[in-house]
Write a protein that binds this ligand. Sequence first.
Ligand SMILES: *[C@@H]1O[C@H](CO)[C@@H](O)[C@H](O)[C@H]1NC(C)=O
Ligand SMILES: *[C@@H]1O[C@H](CO)[C@@H](O)[C@H](O)[C@H]1NC(C)=O
Ligand SMILES: *[C@@H]1O[C@H](CO)[C@@H](O)[C@H](O)[C@H]1NC(C)=O
Ligand SMILES: *[C@@H]1O[C@H](CO)[C@@H](O)[C@H](O)[C@H]1NC(C)=O
Ligand SMILES: *[C@@H]1O[C@H](CO)[C@@H](O)[C@H](O)[C@H]1NC(C)=O
Ligand SMILES: *[C@@H]1O[C@H](CO)[C@@H](O)[C@H](O)[C@H]1NC(C)=O
Ligand SMILES: *[C@@H]1O[C@H](CO)[C@@H](O)[C@H](O)[C@H]1NC(C)=O
Ligand SMILES: *[C@@H]1O[C@H](CO)[C@@H](O)[C@H](O)[C@H]1NC(C)=O
Length: 881
Amino acid sequence: MMDRAALRLILLGVFLISASLGVKKKQNVDIYSFYINSTVTSRYATTVITSRVANTLNESQEIQFEVKIPKNAFISKFRMTIEGKTYDGVVKEKEEAQQQYNQAVSRGQSAGLVKSVGRTLEDFKTSVTVAAFSKVTFELTYEELLKRRLGKYELLINAQPMQPVADFKMDVHIQEKPGISFLEVKGDLSTGDLANAIKTTRADKDAWVTFYPTRDQQTKCKSCGENGLNGDMLVTYDVNRQNPNGEIMVSKGYFVHYFAPSNVPRISKNVVFIIDQSGSMSGQKIKQTRLALLRILSDLDEDDHFGLITFDSEVNLWKRELLKATEENLKNAKSFVKEIRDRGATDINAAVLAGVDMIKRHPREGTASILILLTDGDPTTGETNIEKIMANVKEAIGTKFPLYCLGFGYDVNFDFLIKMSLENSGVARRIYEDSDADLQLQGFYEEVAVPLLTDIQLKYPGGSNLTKTSFSLYFNGSEIVVSGQITDNSVESFTTEVIAVSKGSNVTYQDNTMTKDTSDVPPENEDFMQRLWAHLTVKQLLDRQVLLKGQEKEDEKKESLKLSLKYQFVTPLTSMVVTKPQEGDVEVANKPKEGERGGESTADYYDSDLSHYPVQHSLQAAKIIAVDDFDLYDHPLPTYMYDHPLPTYLYDHPLPTYAFPTMHTTTPPAVQVHSNRFLLPVVGQSKPLCFDVPVPHKLRLLQDSASEFSMNGESLSEQNGFHQIAIHYKTNHHLIISTKSISYHNGQDNVEILWGQELTQHNTDGVSLVVLENEMNVTMGNIGVVIISHKKDGVMFLWPAIWEYPKDVNLTGVLGKSDISYVKTNGSQTPTLKMKDKEVKTYLETVSDYRLHSTPTRECWLVPFQAVMEAEISDFTVTQL
Ligand SMILES: *[C@@H]1O[C@H](CO)[C@@H](O)[C@H](O)[C@H]1NC(C)=O
Ligand SMILES: *[C@@H]1O[C@H](CO)[C@@H](O)[C@H](O)[C@H]1NC(C)=O
Ligand SMILES: *[C@@H]1O[C@H](CO)[C@@H](O)[C@H](O)[C@H]1NC(C)=O
Ligand SMILES: *[C@@H]1O[C@H](CO)[C@@H](O)[C@H](O)[C@H]1NC(C)=O
Ligand SMILES: *[C@@H]1O[C@H](CO)[C@@H](O)[C@H](O)[C@H]1NC(C)=O
Ligand SMILES: *[C@@H]1O[C@H](CO)[C@@H](O)[C@H](O)[C@H]1NC(C)=O
Ligand SMILES: *[C@@H]1O[C@H](CO)[C@@H](O)[C@H](O)[C@H]1NC(C)=O
Ligand SMILES: *[C@@H]1O[C@H](CO)[C@@H](O)[C@H](O)[C@H]1NC(C)=O
């Protein structure tokens, strides 16, 4: 038996969460009240979640509090009340908090974490030990500035109390001085029977949404069940905009200016799409990209000009010049788009420079120029030095127009895209690899589809400590927000001035507001504007740090840290430390990093309207004891993989007839190129097939799009097997196995394991990792593989073997072929197989079965790769693991 402290440490390490522990506890924990209270004052939303829980057990037990909050928000308060005593979380500088946390961990205590879940939410979780028949109250506050996108603001509230609650209340109060133009309640909590529990009340400047579902309703709704409510409420609204100069609010020495004119003619745009068509875009991604582009082309206005560039290792221009979006041109462009195929490497530098050049050669007077780059990987060919690419692009663009970077999936170096877009007054967005990726792409385009103003400068004589005041473009449906302090509080009025270019003519918006004309802000909310200013300032300071260096960066970092501490915001620079009633038990809440592949991030912060915070996570490794040894022989394997001893054979491809280059000998042509030999068992045949793939290469080994699983392997020249194998599952699980070490990221935590250590095991939902001395057993969803670590002539290498895979799905990749069959025919000189109605010359060969530690030698029919896979090797290569 392990003692309690040790057990808790393990639970932390293997990320076991409430689901596994909660089953028994649920009967003894009563969440008797759960309130969500959200107040939006002039787009600034403050949400308080209060959960009151009773321990109904006759002994003390740990009670958990877990909620999901928007990524864009900063947590600003957390409080626990137990037996009349309150325990407040304190926001501290991250390093300082981390020290406290490390001390706590070294004493065997657990630590709380916030982690990123999905695209829009973060998960906050903590727990506390509560005495028999005692109660605890948890209270969490977070704040966010709602952003206007496509003509509306969205307030997202997640409710998942984990059990039906007798007293459940959600209250939303929106107060907007110019009046609310429309309001709509959406989300899965507003469907079916639950819709009856929602009440919306509207006055001129206020709207209230209440959601008080009965206990009964909480179990009967569509997305809920035994565990009660589980879903989102989405309140969307917009405000009236009678004043074209925007809305100015002044309160207690601070102001905010919302500028979003809409009665302005649209400016025609010059837009160039730069589309990555490298090998890694293959499959769903390239399909979705084509689909999105076709729709985007249909949306272009006739006076827009557009260009299309596709790139891999080469840059292909649809047309050398920008062309007007006439029916004829669009028709031709669509034919071009339909032919976009994935292939080759990624030359980002050449492609972006070609796009810049295209726009620069086109007259830009009175138009808005936009460059949109879509890529899913690192630059792998041409100029691959990221610093140089950024310098080249920055120089070429010369601040004349914005570059927007869309990063498709998680293999992309997102920090690079963030920096490059920020340097060129654009933003970067992640496109999540999902069934709606095409809609995400289209959605991004729609946000930039209607430029109304360019070169916008906002001026506030008498204002100081202003947030950003200069913007390159203003798009219909968005909003420019500037906040600051008023230098002299005694002045009567406050002047705003906006200078911009509208469809070729200079325009000025000027307004005067009485400073005494303070808003109708209720007293309990009166410092909201100061907090809004701080919130926006911190975000922009953190944002800029990506671009700064040296002293300047340090200064701005200091400034944003100072504000984060003053306003108690949990930002990427700060952590919230919660000291619990139990002696010395400390938890630390950090702002998590957006689902980036861990470790490599250089940027400290990022918010591209979608709010990404690339922040390092603490490394936690777990050790667990006693795992049964594997017995590979017990498992029928669909595909075997073998290596071929050095040196072996090369097949010149393409080989259209699936023939070997030489056909008149009984041994295959020997060439001094090293290959990996793969073996494919065939149902009903005693001898398996085998085929060679020359090294070095990076291969797609197995992919199941349905379960979002992929396994890729990299081989080095002159070496057997793979020196690195990467497995990706869903969007957030990334396992990199190299001959030296194993690293695993699940979007939240990083785990590093070394080969040859003691037994190590990890379990999370759907993912199980077991590391033995020289093999690793990986289960992700319904796919199970074993990676064997071999040593030959002192050199380590890896081999994958599949022991479990889903039936009736389309597995792709070199190991994904299962429906192969052959008939041995009576060839004259060389033996011949009949496969798929084709005659294929073959040779009886031997291979070493590295799938097993004993490495037995087996006989197989060697055939060309193309004959088995009905595709070229290049169709299975990836540019990035
Ligand atoms: C929500 O907050 C407001 C203002 O602080 C308060 O008046 C109201 O009672 C709260 N509602 C609930 C359900 O806690
Ligand atoms: C709690 O109650 C159970 C029976 O309901 C009893 O067996 C147990 O001893 C009690 N535990 C304590 C700590 O009183
Ligand atoms: C901008 O959007 C508004 C609705 O949000 C619409 O009424 C207006 O026509 C749009 N302006 C242009 C130039 O498209
Ligand atoms: C602006 O900020 C600085 C530092 O935060 C502060 O010293 C100064 O007083 C602020 N300016 C005004 C006008 O309040
Ligand atoms: C707009 O203003 C800029 C500088 O103030 C000037 O150079 C430019 O000619 C003006 N453009 C038009 C169309 O008036
Ligand atoms: C891998 O682990 C799973 C579950 O942990 C087990 O069912 C399976 O048999 C193991 N596979 C091998 C090849 O040992
Ligand atoms: C597999 O792919 C083929 C063709 O690509 C398709 O017709 C079939 O429906 C797919 N099967 C499954 C289970 O996805
Ligand atoms: C090959 O030859 C053998 C005898 O020489 C014969 O029995 C067999 O049917 C032949 N197979 C095919 C596929 O022609």
